[in-house]
Design a protein around this ligand. Structure first.
Ligand code: AMP
Ligand code: GLY
Length: 439
């Protein structure tokens, strides 16, 4: 098959790395790709959001299958246009992508299909929003309805802060059209995890769990980011929780979307909050998480292309036997440019990437990289590398990833030093219990 992958981040490098390993993958293109992706795919200069540019490239090159990484082109209708041209695509229609593109739409699906989620209201009128905030009290969560690059969520600690956030969003000043409507919801206090499921429009198959680290600095301090590291599986995952998430959050979503006339094909990435061991849906995303995807791809042990093609063809059952995972834990440490998520320098030179390949079971995925005129690898974005390692357990995966980080020579970069700490602590606790039990 000739395959086109859309996107340019660490998620897409990890997907490209797996897709290129498939026996069926005869040619792999990436639009636009990055300096790491070009090692396993031919990069073409088409922006990930240039829907018509991508469609005409796919037609010209007789592409058989398109895999879409980010949400924005999906919300813009890329999958619909490809289906009109009879090109297979892994990714939802624009209508189905509203699960991520409109928080109000997603909450209404939850309400209609009895999916456990925080109590909420949808507002375009500030007076009605104020009344809801007064009724529920703080802490309370205010969200811009539309896509806001991960920035449209305010956890307000007081009613005044919530009112100010809602007024700011509705004014259009901070989030433009994405804030024309707000969702205000109950604050859920618990532990978060990411859960993935591959869907073919009718059914879903679980595709791993993970935990992300959203704050910029160690011990979950500092500003929110797109994700500074992740590991899979999530340490709290049990067979029972897995079934509960599938039965209560994922399956009703997929069945509900089909009943609404907008069947969901692609990967559903549920942000889940565990409150007293009960899973609640925080949000749905219509794409893989990044950096979660880098850790997932490192552990995946099937044929990714066969899996995604089966979903795109509406025949997910054909992929059931493909979904296999290597034992242990995979963990990704993000190296970001100093200053991220605020302003940072671009085009700083990164060295030592070759020597870093010497550590066992480790792969460096590129996120924001390019090549300068001298042929050196430079940063082009804030999140730059995903140093991803597999280990027998979280502790081993963590050591391998940080051993690799130490070999990378990039003075303008930084990373968190504690990625996976929840999982390492849970392992230590289990070991201690086992030692005590056998003493
Ligand atoms: P979202 O973009 O909806 O995932 O929100 C971003 C982050 O805000 C989530 O990952 C949570 O950490 C937090 N969050 C969102 N909704 C809630 C909620 N209802 N209660 C507590 N935290 C929330
Ligand atoms: N890592 C969180 C996300 O991709 O949305």
């Amino acid at each position: 098959m000739k395959v086109l992958l859309v996107g340019s981040g660490g998620r897409e490098h990890a997907l490209a790395w797996q897709l290129a390993q498939s026996d069926k993958c005869e040619a792999l293109y990436a639009a636009p790709g990055n300096a790491g992706i070009r090692e396993c795919a031919a990069c073409v200069r088409i922006d990930a959001e240039d829907v018509e540019g991508l469609v005409s490239f796919a037609k010209d090159k007789e592409i058989d299958m398109v895999v879409v990484g980010p949400e924005a082109p999906l919300v813009k209708g890329l999958a619909d246009r490809l289906r009109e041209e009879d090109i297979l695509v892994f990714g939802p229609s624009a209508k189905a992508a509203q699960l991520e593109g409109s928080k109000g739409f997603m909450k209404d699906i939850c309400a209609k299909y009895n999916i456990p989620t925080a109590a909420y209201g949808r507002f375009t009128d500030i007076e009605k929003a104020k009344a809801f905030i007064a009724e529920h009290g703080a802490p309370i969560v205010v969200k811009a309805d539309g896509l806001a690059a991960g920035k449209g969520v305010i956890i307000a600690q007081s009613e005044d802060e919530a009112i100010a956030a809602a007024a700011d969003m509705l004014s259009g000043n901070s989030f433009g059209a994405a804030g024309h409507e707000v969702v205000i919801e109950e604050f859920l206090d618990g532990e978060e995890l990411s859960f993935f499921a591959i869907c073919d429009g009718k059914t879903a198959l679980a595709f791993g769990s993970a935990q992300d680290h959203k704050r910029a600095y160690d011990n979950d301090q500092g500003p929110n980011t797109g994700g500074m590291g992740a590991y899979t599986p999530a340490h709290m995952m049990t067979r029972e929780l897995h079934s509960q998430i599938m039965d209560e959050l994922i399956t009703p979503t997929v069945e509900g979307m089909a009943a609404e006339g907008c069947p969901f094909t692609g990967v559903l990435f549920a942000g889940v909050m565990l409150v007293n061991s009960k899973p609640y849906l925080l949000e749905h995303n219509v794409r893989f998480g990044d950096p979660e995807c880098q850790a997932l791809m490192k552990r995946f042990d099937g044929d990714l292309l066969n899996t995604l093609v089966a979903a795109a063809q509406g025949d997910l059952e054909a992929a059931r036997s493909e979904i296999e995972w290597r034992n242990g834990t995979a963990l990704c440490v993000v190296m970001a440019a100093e200053g991220y998520p605020g302003s940072y320098a671009k085009n700083t030179v990164i060295k030592g990437l070759e020597s870093a390949h010497t550590i066992a079971e480790t792969t460096i995925f590129h996120a924001g990289t390019g090549v300068n005129d001298e042929g050196a690898i430079v940063n082009t974005g804030g999140r730059v590398l995903g140093v991803t390692a597999l280990g027998e357990n979280a502790q081993e995966a963590q050591s391998r990833a940080y051993e690799t980080v130490a070999l990378i020579d990039w003075p303008e970069g930084f990373c968190r030093k504690d990625i996976g700490y929840h999982a390492v602590a849970a392992e230590e606790e289990r070991n201690l219990r086992n030692t005590q039990a056998s003493a």
